[in-house]
Write a protein that binds this ligand. Structure first.
Ligand SMILES: [Cu+2]
Length: 147
C-alpha cells in the first residue's frame, strides 16, 4: 500500500503543474502578437503558413488531424514545400515542455498538409511549423486549445 502511495505523488504533481501553466496561457492576446508582426513583413518571412482546420484552433483531447496551408505571401497562391516540420509542445511550470509525435503528409490540395497527432492533455498547446525547404523557408506558430 505504501508503494502505491509513493507512485501516485509524481502524477498528482504533474497534473498540478500543468493546470497552473494552462491558467497562465489562457490569455491568447499576448501569444498572438508575434504572428501579427510576421504578417506585416511577408517579404522577409518566406512562405506564409496558416491553419485551415480546425478554424478556431480548438480541438478535443486525443487523436487529432489538423490541416495547414502554405502560401506565397506575395501572391496568395498555394505552394508545395519539400519538407514541412511540425513540433507540438505544452509548456509546464518548472518542467521540460511536454511533447507529442506529429505525422505530416500532403493534403488533398496544393500546399495543404495534414498533421496527425495525439494531444493527450487538456490546455494550451503550441504548434511550431517550419518549412525547411531551402528555396521556400518559413515558419509559423499556432496556439491550440485542447478541451
Ligand atoms: Cu501537459
Amino acid at each position: 500500500m505504501k508503494k502505491l502511495f509513493f507512485l501516485l505523488i509524481p502524477v498528482v504533481f504533474f497534473t498540478a503543474a500543468c493546470g497552473g501553466s494552462n491558467q497562465a496561457e489562457s490569455e491568447p492576446a499576448a501569444d498572438m502578437a508575434p504572428m501579427t508582426e510576421s504578417a506585416a513583413t511577408p517579404a522577409d518571412e518566406g512562405v506564409a503558413i496558416s491553419l485551415v482546420s480546425p478554424e478556431d484552433a480548438a480541438l478535443p483531447m486525443g487523436d487529432a488531424e489538423l490541416v495547414l496551408q502554405v502560401m506565397d505571401p506575395a501572391t496568395g497562391d498555394p505552394v508545395a514545400v519539400e519538407n514541412l516540420q511540425v513540433d507540438l509542445s505544452m509548456s509546464m511550470d518548472g518542467m521540460e515542455p511536454m511533447t507529442t509525435m506529429a505525422l505530416v503528409e500532403p493534403g488533398e490540395e496544393t500546399g495543404q498538409y495534414k498533421v496527425m497527432t495525439n494531444l493527450g492533455m487538456q490546455g494550451m498547446w503550441m504548434m511550431e511549423v517550419t518549412s525547411a525547404d531551402p528555396a521556400m523557408q518559413g515558419e509559423a506558430t499556432f496556439n491550440l486549445e485542447v478541451k
